[in-house]
Design a protein around this ligand. Structure first.
Ligand SMILES: *Cc1c(COP(=O)(O)O)cnc(C)c1O
Length: 388
């Protein structure tokens, strides 16, 4: 029987030990023991599937991986110390010197740094298309292009890319299609259904959901995952058993948490849309969102992030942050606590205005990661900070 999402997230559990524990214990052990020389030989030869060393697998990381594999409809996966180690290891495992990447320009800041600072050391270049220029994507594909990479919804502009459309382009040109699904979570969107070969998450965000531990994961096609696994077991970016234990528990409540995050975020977006000091609001499930139809097709709910443009540019954005009382000023997102940021004066402050506009960051853009406090209190804080 194929169980439903919430049931898999809870019941997909490591086999009980001789102590008959109800909740999976923490397996803090770097290695595992063998009965005899033959068992050890067979295990290293991979004739026998079992834990050898926690850089390879561990019961806690395997439980976490098995849950995400089931949630995303993937075949295999591997858990990493951080979202960035998942992204870097995935690219490093699959690419050869001289390969080429096509990516949307609106990607996480450190992913962009990897593309333009580090991968060129191995003669691997990246060509970017803008979120509103998907029609130019095919013209960027070269003979040596190997990977097509996107995030949707994007950060911090909350734009939506059409997974099915881009998945079909990847298939036509036989590219490996990789989606960073961090903003949506597997509860809201499963990119593999639309043709993704691999899905990556920063588990640090909504998967942990409480701002405690770092983590990352890549899941997808088993042949590609085999390459990524072999690369990782040799180079060492593995997730710690402790973090996997925390994150696997977090997955048990992912569906209920994300339901409430999205309910609160929609209410915040609707409130902002009516506010006189707000020029526009971007939230995937508002009918005014430019890609509303695409969002409805590929997402179950609108997500936890709301972006809006405050009247008055950089000064108004900074003053909004200064006036905030309850919500946190922090770089994280997907936390129980509502977080507000002003990208043009902080995370993206070092970019030129032109580069900022390229990724949809206008001077007055404010990003809210809507948390799980009572939405009345969240809106009250935003309202008083907006003035009027
Ligand atoms: C945070 C984030 C990452 C990086 O994850 P870390 O766990 O911080 O390394 C990658 N992609 C997206 C979309 C993110 O939000």
């Amino acid at each position: 029987m194929k169980e439903n999402f919430e049931t898999q997230a809870i019941r997909n559990q490591t086999e009980r030990s001789q102590f008959s524990e109800h909740s999976t214990p923490l397996y803090l052990t770097s290695s595992f023991v063998f009965e005899d020389a033959e068992e050890m030989r067979a295990s290293f030869a991979e004739e026998k599937e079992r834990n050898l060393y926690s850089r390879f697998t561990n019961p806690n990381t395997s439980e976490f991986v098995n849950k995400i594999v089931a949630m995303e409809g993937a075949e295999a996966g591997y858990a990493f110390a951080t979202g960035m180690s998942a992204i870097f290891s995935t690219f490093a495992a699959l690419l050869d010197a001289g390969d080429h990447i096509v990516s949307c320009r609106s990607v996480f800041g450190s992913t962009h740094s990897m593309f333009h600072k580090y991968l060129p050391k191995w003669n691997i270049d990246t060509s970017y298309f803008k979120v509103n220029e998907v029609h130019l994507l095919e013209s960027l594909i070269q003979e040596n292009t190997k990977i097509l990479y996107i995030e949707t919804p994007t950060n911090p502009g909350v734009d939506i890319l059409d997974l099915e459309l881009i998945g079909n382009i990847a298939k036509k040109h036989q590219l490996i299609f990789i989606v960073d699904n961090c903003f949506a979570t597997p509860y809201i969107q499963q990119p593999i259904k639309f043709g993704a070969d691999l899905v990556i998450h920063s588990a640090t965000k909504l998967i942990d959901g409480q701002g405690r531990v770092l983590g990352g994961i890549t899941v997808g096609n088993k042949d590609l995952m085999r390459e990524i696994y072999l690369f990782s077991r040799n180079t060492g970016p593995a997730m710690s058993p402790f973090n996997a234990w925390v994150l696997s528990k977090s997955l048990e409540t992912l569906a209920v948490r994300v339901d409430r995050h999205c309910e609160n975020a929609l209410k915040v977006a609707q409130f902002l849309e009516e506010h006189e000091n707000v020029t526009y609001v971007k939230y995937p499930f508002l009918p005014t969102h430019p890609q509303y139809e695409v969002a409805k097709r590929q997402m179950k709910l609108g997500g936890s992030i709301v972006a809006f443009e405050i009247k008055g540019g950089i000064a108004a954005g900074r003053s909004f942050l200064d006036n905030i009382k309850m919500c946190s000023l922090s770089a994280n997102l997907g936390d129980t606590r509502t977080i507000v940021t002003h990208p043009s004066s902080t995370t993206h402050g070092r970019l030129s205005e032109e580069d900022r506009l390229e990724v949809g960051i206008t001077d007055g853009l404010v990003r809210i990661s809507v948390g799980l406090e009572n939405v009345v209190d969240i809106i009250a804080d935003i309202q008083q900070a907006l003035g009027v």
